[in-house]
Design a protein around this ligand. Structure first.
Ligand code: SAH
Ligand code: SF4
Length: 400
């Protein structure tokens, strides 16, 4: 099936009428939402051998062959049968933009006029995919572009894996996505079943074989769900964004429900259980979170936690009401943390020219600032070409 055709899971079978009658009890399933174990038990429920699941995984993930006709080690009758059962559709790519710094941004059609974005970020030795887990987000962080849009719906596991596969299919020969960060649109721990199912699938050695240590789940602090990150042996990032409850509640309303003390306790638990550091993300908002007293408070708050602090200078978007601090202030803030002994990194801002930087993702396509079309994608972009100057890229470090 062509990758541009998208059929959501469990839609009615669209084959010929005779077959519909035969298949009425077997809805069409999306392959990308099934782990190897899921597929094995599904096939054994149909009276098939379990090793067929590995064969299909190998075709689809290793060889990227999803046309049943080409799956030569499956019998013709089985292939015919599979056509009515398993479907390989992925969310279609509506636009694919490539930044001057090599960052690539994808806009996906999730049906019902919903769209989400994913971003591929290159750095020296890795290619990181920043992936979305929800259309919109209900956490309502005041500085976040996605947060402006209320939650429309949570993505299915197949739609999360589909983002990965679509991006993967557009890499240059020999390239592979080495890292995944759940830092796109949505709060991953608000959609934990689908997020952790997608991780299981992408991690599978018969699937895309992405190491769990190279997968990071970023949360705004949904404390009751945070145990899942350690249980799934992936990395934890927490959006702290405030050095005390007053500031944090002002910029992240979720803090009123799960204040800093509870959040830090959950971080300590993660570090104790896994022996891994927690990444603390801290957005620098001019006059709100960027003062030296905030740096000192941040150091006191985090010094007993095995962690690294990722400073993210605010990425501006229309109508946010916040500003990015001057570079000199960002440097002062970072230096103060270094002086105090914190492990601190300044997140390199990538993809600003294509509006792909942290917190700039939204599914409200029409409301986006029209930046520039530098797409060389097969599908092409709907953005128009303008003469806006490009924002310079600055300084170091992407997560994990
Ligand atoms: N919902 C999750 C993951 C997505 S947001 C979370 O909040 O952690 C990913 C990161 O982008 C978060 O650390 C968030 O604080 C940051 N972010 C959001 N809007 C931003 C903006 N406008 N500028 C810079 N960082 C932003
Ligand atoms: Fe949602 Fe994260 Fe944005 Fe907050 S920062 S609104 S949790 S996507």
């Amino acid at each position: 099936m062509s990758t541009s055709e998208y059929r959501p899971e469990f839609t009615a079978y669209e084959g010929n009428l005779d077959e519909v009658e035969v298949r009425a009890s077997e809805p069409l399933k999306n392959f990308y939402g099934m782990s190897l174990e899921d597929l094995k038990s599904y096939l054994s429920g149909l009276g098939k051998e379990q090793f067929r699941a590995q064969q299909i995984f190998k075709w689809a993930y290793e060889r990227r062959i999803t046309d049943y006709e080409l799956m030569s080690n499956l019998s013709k009758t089985f292939r015919e049968e599979l056509k009515g059962l398993l479907d390989f559709s992925m969310p279609p790519v509506l636009s694919h933009l490539i930044s001057v710094d090599g960052t690539q941004k994808f806009l996906f059609d999730m049906g019902d006029k919903n769209t989400v974005e994913a971003v591929v970020i290159p750095s020296d030795d890795r290619l990181t995919l920043c992936i979305s887990s929800e259309v919109g987000c209900n956490m309502g962080c005041k500085f976040c572009f996605t947060g402006k849009q209320k939650l429309k719906r949570r993505l299915k596991a197949s739609e999360i894996v589909g983002q990965f596969m679509q991006a993967h299919d557009r890499l240059k020969p020999g390239q592979r996505i080495s890292n995944i960060v759940f830092m796109g649109m949505g709060e991953p721990l608000d959609n934990p079943e689908a997020v952790f199912k997608s991780i299981e699938i992408l991690h599978d050695p018969w699937g895309m074989n992405v190491s769990r240590r190279k997968i990071t789940v970023s949360t705004s602090g949904l404390v009751p769900e945070m145990w899942r990150v350690a249980a799934n042996k992936v990395r934890l990032a927490v959006s702290l964004n405030g050095s005390n409850d007053e500031i944090r509640s002002q910029v992240m309303p979720l803090n009123k429900r799960y204040p800093i003390k509870e959040l830090m306790a959950a971080c300590h638990e993660y570090a104790n259980e896994t022996g891994e550091k927690v990444t603390l993300e801290y957005v620098l908002l001019k006059g709100v979170t960027d003062q030296l007293t905030h740096a000192q408070e941040l150091h006191r708050l985090t010094k007993s936690l095995p962690c690294k602090i990722n400073l993210i200078p605010f990425n501006e978007h229309p109508g946010s009401g916040y500003e990015r601090p001057a570079d000199a202030q960002i440097e002062k803030f970072q230096n103060e943390l270094i002086r105090l002994g914190s492990h601190v990194l300044l997140r390199r801002t990538m993809g600003r020219d294509i509006f792909a930087a942290c917190g700039q993702l939204t599914s409200e396509f029409a409301n986006k600032p029209q930046t520039m079309d530098i797409s060389n994608s097969k599908i092409g972009s709907t953005y128009s070409k303008t003469k806006q100057p490009l924002s310079p890229s600055r300084t170091v470090e992407i997560n994990n």
